[in-house]
Write a protein that binds this ligand. Structure first.
Ligand code: NAP
Length: 293
């Protein structure tokens, strides 16, 4: 068997085309251009690329973007005051603080400072709480992107056994939260999956992975998930983005796993482009909410 490729790049292009029309309608009806403010502290090369990609995507769909740069040695107080200023600015609808922040800054304190109505990354405790209760304001970008990719590829998760390897606040935990919900208030699919979350302390990891109908790898270790951890015919979603000497690669041993799985996301060109697209969704939603307030 050779797995079907789940082409996130192509789907992201299609979703962005659909969004362009919605952004244009919104701007015309409200006289307001949805605007995302990105905050970048220091000169982390990966963060520079991520922010550049996000701003380029904004431009493609007609969302305005601002870039606010602070030097690497900027104080936490300075960053908090910038975030507070962006919270007050009515022309800004979404605020994105690019992670990681320099070690001297308490990232949780900064992310908690973003007003929940502008928290387009869905990191604020209020938004995470709403998500867990199945009444989200925003959906977290990467999990929402994964959902879209499976939904538009005709792969249902309802009733299926999903194994998520990784329990980060950004990917693993919120994805598990989305997929264990009872109905479709949290995304395009009725969720209802049976979700298992694994991490570095999980015993019998390979055995648990082999039970998955859908396996999601969000670990941050190049080619960690091997073919013998996959049940033949399973769907494999690789969230990992690891920079190696041979270039960017995922958490899944792609060349071998694709011979066992029924469908698989490539890296690059899988989940990444959808993460960016979902940020655009959230920025439009933030602008819509403000126009109704
Ligand atoms: P993270 O915060 O470092 O979390 C990694 C998770 O993997 C942790 O829960 C960790 O367990 C678990 N883990 C580590 N080693 C393990 C092992 N040997 N066995 C089982 N679990 C193990 O990472 P993240 O932010 O979720 O990101 C994960 C990957 O996704 C990274 O490569 C990142 O670059 C990528 N990413 C991609 C996108 C995208 O749009 N494509 C978005 C976000 C992140 P513990 O909790 O026990 O430490």
């Amino acid at each position: 068997m050779t797995a079907k490729l789940l082409d996130g790049k192509a789907l992201a292009a299609q979703l962005q085309e659909e969004l362009t029309e919605r952004v244009s309608d919104f701007a015309m009806n409200n006289g307001v251009t949805p605007t995302l403010a990105a905050v970048l502290v220091g000169e982390n090369p990966a963060s520079e690329v991520y922010v550049r990609n996000k701003r380029a995507a904004c431009e493609r769909v007609g969302i305005a973007s601002q870039l606010h740069r602070l030097p690497r040695d900027a104080s936490e107080e300075l960053l908090l005051s910038l975030v507070a200023r962006l919270n007050r600015d009515e022309a800004v609808h979404g605020i994105l603080v690019q992670l990681p922040l320099p070690g001297a800054i308490d990232a949780a304190r900064v992310l908690d400072g973003v007003h929940p109505s502008k928290d387009v990354d869905c990191f604020h405790p209020e938004n995470v709480g709403r998500l867990s209760q199945g009444r989200p304001t925003f959906l977290p970008c990467t999990p929402h992107g994964v959902q879209h990719l499976l939904f538009r590829s005709g792969i249902p998760v309802a009733g299926k056994r999903v194994v998520v390897v990784g329990r980060s606040d950004i990917v693993g935990k919120p994805l598990a939260m989305l997929w264990m919900q009872k109905d479709s208030t949290c995304g395009p699919t009725a969720a209802n999956a049976t979700v298992t979350v694994c991490h570095s302390q999980s015993e019998n990891l390979a055995e648990i992975c082999r039970q998955a109908d859908v396996l999601v790898a969000a670990i941050g270790k190049a080619r960690f998930i091997k073919a013998d951890m996959i049940r033949p015919g399973a769907v494999v979603v690789d969230v990992g983005m690891n920079r190696t000497a041979e270039g960017l690669c995922g958490d899944v041993d792609f060349e071998n796993v694709r011979m066992v799985a029924s469908a698989i996301t490539p890296v690059p060109g899988g989940v990444g482009p959808l993460t960016v697209t979902m940020l655009l969704y959230n920025t439009l939603k933030a602008a819509q909410m403000l126009s109704l307030a």
